[in-house]
Design a protein around this ligand. Sequence first.
Ligand code: ATP
Ligand code: MG
Length: 391
Amino acid sequence: MNFDHILCHYSEIGLKGKNRKYFEERLKANILETVKLRCPDLVTSVRRYYGRLVVKVTDPTADFDLLVEVLKDVLGLSYFAPAFESSQQMNQLKTDALRLLSEIDFNMFRITARRGSNDIPLRAQNVNEEVGTHIVETLGKKVNLTSPDVNCYIDMFQDRAFVYPERILGRGGLPVGVSGKVAVMLSGGIDSPVAAYLAMKRGAKAIFVHFHSLPYTSPASIEKVREMLATLNHFQMRSKLYLVELAPIQKKIMEETSARFRVLLYRRFMLRITDAIAQKERAEAVVTGESLGQVASQTLENMAAVGRVTNMSILRPLVGFDKQEIIDRAKGIGTYDISIQQDQDCCSLFVPKRPATKARTEQLEKEEQTLTVDELVAAALEASDTEYHHL
Ligand code: ATP
Ligand code: MG
């Protein structure tokens, strides 16, 4: 079917006044940018109307499937619909509904007309009845309001009207960028990319911080993180990545502190460094892939004792998820297969057999007394690399 537009809808709950305009403008810019990067030349324009955005397709014979795939990744869209433009004339609506339904194999149908405001001359119920009757008379099909084989939607708003057969579900959420910026601690594991996705889905723009232990671990974790960003960029198009060496700090911790606190001490350093990067980047929160009780370092006590090194809010979007739920979500966003590739996480290096599960902040502070904390953090920042990744 040669559609010429795509109607894009977002969830409007809670969007009022200035907020709505800001949200819509962001969504529009994100659609334009994604399309430009992933399927250039398919879209002529995106126009904003009250409550929806209308994407005009350059050429109705274009690769619609690709465009649909691309729009599925635009966060903030609740659903969208490839559509024909019609007009707010009863006869034209009849012709276009007939054109649409003639191309579909079905027995029972319904017409679902909707008008965006009361000043539109046609009433939805009249449109349903008249267009429905026309279809019954010309195609000999039956109306079934409750379980039709096909639903012919007719959307009228402002001076425009569109006809379409299907709504495609989007991922929902808010457009990336409307909620500010966060610094995501991205390991090579399954969890943190899902946490990043969930933060983006609530409108946060993410920057990423990855810690590696080169030369003691292989460069595989860095490659994995780069691959993950290529996938996560489907949702935010471009990402900045900080690569930070943890090995010098780990060495010091090995030499000077007792084994059972090591992982937590690594964590405190990672968080201090992430805090400094977040401040520099004007990010307003740190995001991690921690989930309560999943591993020894993720008890309430340990999370608190680690979190004490920063004043920033730490968001843990996975806190209530079971591992299986996280895995299912990782598959849904396309990062799972990358995560399960073998690598050596920096924290798997120099790890004790029996890590502390209930560390108190004072114990960790005591362990750190022999370390030159500020200097180690500054040196790690100084030696860090940044990369930009885009679609
Ligand atoms: P993940 O699957 O995200 O690695 P995990 O279940 O393996 O999580 P941990 O290894 O305990 O859990 O890590 C908890 C969180 O700490 C991670 O989700 C991530 O946010 C952060 N983190 C751990 N290792 C690193 C790393 N090398 N670089 C950046 N962040 C890390
Ligand atoms: Mg991990």
